[in-house]
Design a protein around this ligand. Structure first.
Ligand SMILES: [Zn+2]
Length: 500
């Protein structure tokens, strides 16, 4: 990795088939910008016959000066709504998708100064990163996807981070062909990032309903904790405990608060919002303590906030007012974006001026939902453009390795270690979500321990940057601004929205 300061961004020359641009320009440009900006390259668009580091087209003969030629498949672009992911290529060559009914992939043709990639990696990137497969996947309560029958998809997209993996192959291939090393991804030469966060769902225990919930969770073994809760010997107010646990490892986190107070009646009738009031004196005092210690305060948008821009905006405003500072990030309670059109909710984040959101994950499964192990600016298909709110995708939610253990088989600790190793291999970012109320080691045995063990593992390494999600977003936005400023072409006018 280069030691150059971000101020000098190396530039890649790129050529794109004009016929493809006529039909799929915004989509193709977005995928290419995603590759280059993830790697740390600026770009300069050149005409097909000029020397180029990377060319994307139908006929290689039109790009005689290309070092890496990526074969376009306009037929895949035309059929993208019907295609189904069958499996991914393994072994030599670039990671790529094989679709149902499509032939086995051909071999990469490599010469000393050029490489021809026969797979349409631009299309694969678009297909996975915009969640084309999700249209056909079964959904359950709260819109959660059921991927029981899609183990290959889970392995290749969620666990391996296919889009980041393709991006990595492009980076490695271009570098081997003599392109300059890209600018670093993370501060101080770190190879990956860890961002810690807490969804604040249940900080004030309702004592009369809790014993039954404990028995349901722990079975008969839970009789003693249930009795202790009934006697008032436990609480859920664990903010200081989380802060101490993290500070002991040199870390800080974000706490996402729900700014709309729900009720048991609403909970029972399909709007499971939280019961606490962020305007109460206890929360106001807490906000001061969190800000003072450098922890982030973010919004946990209420269950139906996605359906009302006014409600969503009011929640941001209320949290900013009572917490005495700016709120730049959000995560939806129950990951509840518009279930039939998540992109409409991503667009709403931009309208409301959020710097970042961290809601794209599959509730039941550990991993990167869209195969992207990095922050990125999502593409909104209805408007054929990139939006200006960064997505910082969540990687692991606590319950996936406890209540939802059956969906994530294997030893939980080994699984988390694999996530950390994969993030390093991809130069990516692990975003962790631990609920506020699970700190109690009697009521939630093993939960806080697993979290603490993960932070200790990462803190002991020298190659991770540990930061709050807002710090990760701020770093990535600044990096993107510099890359955009050094770039030319690939419909950059759209990408420059990030410089707002
Ligand atoms: Zn929540």
């Amino acid at each position: 990795m280069t030691t150059e300061h971000l101020g000098a961004i190396p530039i890649i020359r790129v050529a794109v088939d004009p016929g493809l641009v006529d039909d799929y320009g915004p989509e193709i440009h977005w995928a290419l910008r995603l590759w280059f900006s993830t790697a740390g390259w600026a770009w300069a668009e050149v005409a097909p016959r000029e020397p180029a580091d990377l060319a994307y087209g139908v006929d290689r003969a039109c790009f005689p000066g290309a070092r890496l030629f990526v074969q376009a498949r306009p037929d895949l672009w035309a059929r993208r709504a019907e295609l189904s992911f069958r499996r991914a290529r393994s072994g030599d060559g670039p990671p790529c998708v094989i679709y149902d009914g499509e032939p086995e992939p051909g071999r990469v043709d490599a010469g000393p100064e050029h490489i021809v990639c026969p797979h349409d990696l631009v299309f694969d990137t678009f297909f996975v990163a915009t969640g084309q497969m999700e249209r056909g996947l079964p959904r359950g309560k709260h819109g959660f996807y059921d991927l029981s029958d899609y183990s290959e998809y889970r392995r290749i997209v969620l666990a391996d981070g296919l889009v980041s993996d393709i991006s990595r192959w492009i980076e490695k291939t271009l570098t081997e062909l003599g392109c300059p090393s890209p600018a670093p991804r993370w501060p101080a030469g770190r190879r990956a990032a860890l961002a810690l966060s807490h969804d604040v769902d249940y900080p004030e225990m309702i004592r009369w309903i809790e014993p039954a919930r404990i028995l349901r969770r722990q079975g008969l073994a839970g009789w003693r904790p249930a009795a202790e809760v009934a006697l008032g010997r436990h609480h859920h107010w664990h903010f200081a405990s989380w802060m101490h646990l993290e500070q002991a490892q040199g870390a800080r986190s974000a706490f996402y608060f729900v700014a709309r107070q729900g009720s048991l009646f609403e909970y029972a009738t399909g709007t499971p919002d939280t019961f606490y009031d962020i305007g109460s004196p206890a929360f106001r005092k807490l906000f001061g303590e969190l800000r003072q210690a450098g922890f982030e305060i973010g919004l946990h948008a209420s269950y139906r906030a996605f359906a009302s821009p006014e409600q969503f905006a009011a929640e941001i405003g209320h949290l900013e007012a009572v917490s005495g500072g700016k709120v730049v990030g959000n995560r939806h309670h129950y990951w509840h974006m518009n279930p039939s059109d998540p992109e409409a909710t991503l667009k709403l984040h931009e309208t409301l001026g959020l710097d970042y959101d961290s809601s794209l994950i599959h509730n039941r499964y550990v991993g990167w939902r869209r195969g992207i192990a990095h922050p990125y600016f999502p593409f909104v298909q209805a408007e054929r453009r990139e939006i200006g709110t960064l997505q910082v995708p969540a990687t692991w939610m606590d319950n996936q390795l406890f209540g939802l253990r059956g969906d994530n088989p294997g030893d939980p600790w080994e699984l988390l270690k694999a996530v950390v190793d994969r993030a390093v291999a991809l130069g990516g970012c692990v975003v962790v979500d631990i609920h506020d109320y699970v700190f109690d080691r009697v009521l939630f045995p093993g939960w806080a321990e697993l979290y603490e063990r993960l932070i200790a593992l990462v803190a002991a390494r020298s190659d991770f940057w540990i930061a709050t999600p807002a710090e990760v977003a701020e770093h990535w936005r600044e990096r993107m601004r510099k890359i955009s400023a050094a770039s030319q072409g690939l419909a950059l006018g759209v990408a420059q929205r990030v410089a707002r």
